[in-house]
Design a protein around this ligand. Structure first.
Ligand SMILES: [Zn+2]
Length: 94
């Protein structure tokens, strides 16, 4: 029981973060997969948000509606909209 399996350290390559331009070490296997573009998860999140604006728009839209709802300006339409799209889907099937 003295044999200990030693895994070789992953091959690392130097990369430049696409967000903050900082040099960092990424695993070569990850780079091969198209990963290793960012030095950290937060940099990845920032860059992806800049690219798509999806997360920010969604968050802002949600809070706008939530705020408006709390002030009594709009009806809560989340569940209604969902039901409506389901109805539409059934109609198409017929
Ligand atoms: Zn970075």
């Amino acid at each position: 029981m003295s044999e200990v399996k030693v895994y070789p350290p992953p091959k690392m390559v130097e990369r430049k973060c696409k967000c903050c331009c900082k040099s960092f070490q990424a695993r070569a296997a990850d780079v091969k997969r198209g990963w290793g573009l960012f030095c950290s998860k937060s940099c990845k999140a920032i860059k992806q948000e800049q690219k798509t604006h999806q997360h920010r728009d969604y968050t802002r839209g949600y809070w706008d509606r939530q705020e408006a709802f709390e002030k009594g300006h709009v009806e809560p339409t989340f569940s209604n909209a969902h039901q409506f799209s389901n109805e539409e889907h059934d109609c198409n099937k017929d």
